[in-house]
Structures are given as structure tokens and as C-alpha cells.
Design a binder for this molecule. Structure first.
Ligand SMILES: *[C@@H]1O[C@H](CO)[C@@H](O)[C@H](O)[C@H]1NC(C)=O
Ligand SMILES: *[C@@H]1O[C@H](CO)[C@@H](O)[C@H](O)[C@H]1NC(C)=O
Ligand SMILES: CC(=O)N[C@H]1CO[C@H](CO)[C@@H](O)[C@@H]1O
Ligand code: SF4
Length: 437
């Protein structure tokens, strides 16, 4: 995200529209798991591997995944000795502390949502045992659980997710859309971030930890749980725009993204999953592009001086980075060539119409090179939260900037900053807590 990721929670606008016609066959991914990709739960197993580890057929792995998609742990759901009230206990506990209430789902009600044939006969003892063997205990006991939930007036809902192994918290933000009845989820890929963007709260934390692929997938699992219990629009798209730079943890991000888009698993449309990078190197695009999702570049500035000021870790020229992006796009199928550029707009730093012209020129040179490229520019008005150096841009200047890009023929959206009053922007909650502690 831009990183802003960290800061702005911004929501993606029109390009997040549902597009079911584009759903496709689940992509196959290599089965071999690299050392660097720690796996702690079946949640980020490739579907076929899960089937193998559960033995005797695909019915069990389908039943397991129907549970995961609802944010229910199959180890609990299919174990009759576990009370109905435990299934969503983590959410209810937090709501209770906040003096709020929500629906308590019973197993019978949940079963109504399941279509797998196994729902009545259960998984069987042996399969539950195998599931434990691969994943240890439940996801919430062995991977990640919810520590806090805060909801802004506009419905934007921020989850503070506790990573079980390291004890760090990351944040995950649910952005509901009234028009579509769905939500987009903004997730984190690292604790902290090494890129140190000067306008970003996460950047100030430094790099603390890479998330494993199951820690990334667990954010989606937990969000699905919260949406169901609190009756929030279900999540059907994900943006990697929370804490962290995806390219600095590429193997886990790509692996997790494949779980999100696999039709047997989270089943999201490829175009509705967006990986956004500041591009620490030109190769970052190709590496992240191995996941068949939308690939966004958090470009922020087109001149080397300003880029260096905003993203101080920039080591390559803008031309080198652009070439890396173009090469990655050219290597992809047409439908995944949507080019998304994220630009944080900061008062009087880069928000003039001349700056818009400069950007337009830069984008035009890209279009000329990639057939079928559909460029889209997302403007993220900087949201000041105690930064000395930068200010929020004036609304009229943001509009003028957009107008200029639009008049030059580019699709350009202003990402509305949502959930302001609860600081529901990616990157802020965990940082705030940390300071408090
Ligand atoms: C992505 O799509 C390409 C081309 O359609 C395909 O060859 C590749 O296997 C897919 N990769 C993944 C990880 O799904
Ligand atoms: C995260 O992963 C990258 C590459 O995969 C590695 O270079 C880096 O040291 C890791 N960072 C941490 C904090 O473990
Ligand atoms: C005032 C200022 O520094 N504006 C800069 C904003 O960024 C553009 C390019 O992205 C520069 O050309 C401007 O000089
Ligand atoms: S410091 Fe990291 S998380 Fe923050 S905007 Fe930059 S790349 Fe994104």
C-alpha cells in the first residue's frame, strides 16, 4: 500500500467491484515447501497436500475448508466434546469486555451454511488426529488470535491480531462496502517494516518479524469469523497494505496469496487480491508477481529527490524500478496487467497540478511499452497523526490533482481515508499500543 499502508486505511474504490465472471480454476502451486516458509497449520497448506495428509479422499479437506472459510476451526467444530460456545469464544470475550453483544452461533446453525457431505458424519477421529499432527492445536491456539476489535462509525473495523509464537501484534482492517455488500480486508505481512518511509508509522518501528504464510492467512480466517459474528459484510477481497513490505517477505506472501485465490480454499477472485510494494529492488515485482493477483506499485514520487525523501531506502533509479514493473507486467496474462500506482499526497510537497503532470508523463511512458496495460492511479491523501514534517493536503488540491490526471485520460481514484476517528488506518493501532506499553 502503500504504504500508507500504514497510514491510511484507505479503501480501494471502484476497482474492487465484484467480478464473478473472472473466477477461474484454482492455480496449482509447487508442492515443495522451502525452509524459509514456516508452516504451522493446515491453513496455508496447498489444498492437494491437505487432502494427502488427511488420507482417504477429498471430502475431508473440503469439509475442513468450509470451516476455515467461515472462520471456524474444524478441530473444534468436528469435535463434539467442545461446546458450541467455544467456537467463537475469542470474539465474544472481547465484546463482553466492551459491553457489547453479538449473535452466538450454534453448531446446528453453522451446519446450515455447510454444503460438504461430511457435515453430518463428521471428519472422524483419525482425520482429526492427522489434522492435529500437521497443525498442532487449533489456529487460535497455535497461530494467531484476536486481541482487540475496534469499530469506527463508518463501519471500518480494526482487529488487533496476536501472533501466538512471537507474541507480537499486527493489525488487520475490515473495510465494508455498502454498494456491494462485501468487505475488503487490509492485511499485514510483517511486524514493523524496514523501508522506513518518512510518512509512515509502521516505518518508524523498524523491522521486527516476517509473518509466516499461516500467520498471513490467519488474518483472513479471523476476519471471516468477526464478520460472521458481528454481521459485517463478508470479506471477498484482500489488499496487502497493512504493516510491512511484501517484497521483504515474498515467499510467505506469495504462498499465502495462492491460498486466498485457490477456489478450493478462500476462493477469492485473482483480481480482488492486491499485493502492493514500494519495490525495494526492480526484481521485487517479478518475485511478487509469481502470485496471480493484482500487482500495485507504491510509487509516491517520480523524481529521485522526492522519492528518496519519502522512501529513504530507495536504492534504484525510477527508470530501473519502472522497468522492473513493466517486465513483470509483460510476463503476465492480459487480465492481470492492471497497473496500479499508489501515490501518497502530502500538503505542498507533491500535490500540485504540475506534480500531476509529471506523474501523468511518467505513466504515459509506461503505457506506451506494455500492450493491454490498464493504468490506475490511487491517490492517498496523507493523514497526519502527529508527524511534524508533513501535513494533510487540502481537499481542493487533491481534487485538482485528480482532475488533471483524469483529463489526461487516466483512471484515478482518491482513496477515502476511512475510520479516522478510531485511527483505523493500517499501521497505527499496533504502534500506539506499543508506545503505551
Ligand atoms: C499463474 O498463472 C499462470 C498463467 O496463467 C500459470 O502458469 C501459473 O501456474 C499460475 N501460478 C500460480 C501460482 O497459480
Ligand atoms: C524476512 O525475510 C527476508 C527474506 O526472505 C530476510 O532477508 C529477512 O532477514 C527476514 N526478516 C526478519 C526480521 O526475519
Ligand atoms: C514542491 C515539490 O517538491 N514538488 C515535487 C513533488 O513531486 C514532483 C514529482 O513527483 C516534483 O516534480 C515536484 O518538484
Ligand atoms: S515503511 Fe513499510 S509499511 Fe510503511 S509505507 Fe513504507 S513500505 Fe509501507
Amino acid at each position: 500500500m502503500v504504504c500508507q499502508k500504514a497510514l491510511f486505511l484507505t479503501a480501494l474504490v471502484a476497482f474492487i467491484r465484484c467480478n464473478f465472471a473472472l473466477l477461474e480454476q484454482a492455480p496449482k502451486i509447487p508442492t515443495k515447501i522451502k525452509e524459509s516458509e514456516r508452516i504451522r497449520s493446515p491453513l496455508s497448506f496447498q489444498f492437494d497436500d491437505l487432502t494427502v495428509s488427511l488420507e482417504r479422499g477429498i471430502g475431508r479437506s473440503r469439509a475442513v475448508w468450509e470451516c476455515y472459510r467461515m472462520g471456524i476451526d474444524p478441530l473444534w467444530f468436528y469435535d463434539e466434546s467442545i461446546a458450541d460456545s467455544q467456537l467463537d469464544d475469542s470474539v465474544h470475550k472481547i465484546l463482553k469486555q466492551q459491553g457489547r453483544e453479538a449473535k452466538s452461533w450454534t453448531r446446528d446453525e453453522l451446519k446450515m451454511l455447510i454444503t460438504a457431505k461430511r457435515r453430518e458424519q463428521g471428519l472422524g477421529k483419525a482425520a482429526l488426529e492427522s489434522l492435529r499432527k500437521v497443525g498442532g492445536e487449533s489456529i487460535e491456539e497455535s497461530v494467531a488470535t484476536i486481541r482487540d476489535i475496534s469499530m469506527a462509525r463508518d463501519g471500518t473495523t480494526k482487529l488487533l491480531v496476536r501472533l501466538v509464537e512471537s507474541g507480537f501484534d499486527v493489525e488487520t482492517v475490515i473495510i465494508p462496502w455498502e454498494e456491494t455488500g462485501r468487505s475488503t480486508l487490509c492485511i499485514s505481512s510483517q511486524v514493523g517494516c524496514a523501508q522506513g518511509c518518512t510518512f509512515c508509522a509502521t516505518g518508524k518501528m523498524g523491522r521486527l518479524q516476517n509473518l509466516s504464510s499461516d500467520e498471513i492467512c490467519a488474518q483472513v480466517f479471523l476476519a471471516r469469523k468477526v464478520c460472521r459474528v458481528l454481521d459485517i459484510n463478508p470479506v471477498d477481497g484482500v489488499v496487502f497494505m497493512g504493516m510491512g513490505e511484501p517484497a521483504d517477505n515474498a515467499a510467505n506472501v506469495v504462498r499465502a496469496a495462492n491460498v486466498l485465490t485457490s477456489q478450493d480454499q478462500f476462493g477469492m477472485a485473482q483480481r480482488k487480491v492486491t499485493i502492493s510494494t514500494v519495490a525495494p529492488t526492480p526484481d521485487a515485482f517479478m518475485e511478487l508477481g509469481r502470485a496471480n493477483t493484482t500487482l500495485a506499485w507504491s510509487i509516491h514520487a517520480t523524481t529521485p529527490e522526492l522519492r528518496k525523501e519519502l522512501v529513504p531506502t530507495t536504492k534504484y533509479s525510477m527508470n530501473e524500478l519502472r522497468q522492473g514493473y513493466l517486465d513483470a507486467l509483460k510476463s503476465r496474462p492480459m487480465k492481470l496487467r492492471t497497473t496500479m500506482l499508489e501515490v501518497v499526497l502530502i500538503d505542498k510537497i507533491n500535490d500540485s497540478v504540475e506534480d500531476a503532470d509529471h506523474l501523468a508523463q511518467f505513466v504515459q511512458e509506461m503505457i506506451d511499452e506494455v500492450p493491454g496495460m490498464k493504468p490506475m492511479v490511487n491517490l492517498i491523501p496523507f493523514n497526519d497523526i502527529g508527524f511534524q514534517k508533513f501535513r494533510k493536503p487540502k481537499v481542493e488540491r487533491v481534487w485538482a490533482f485528480q482532475e488533471r490526471l483524469t483529463s489526461r485520460g487516466f483512471k484515478c481514484f482518491i482513496r477515502t481515508t476511512r475510520g479516522d476517528e478510531e485511527s483505523a488506518a493500517c499501521g497505527q493501532l499496533a504502534t500506539k499500543r506499543k508506545r503505551a506499553e
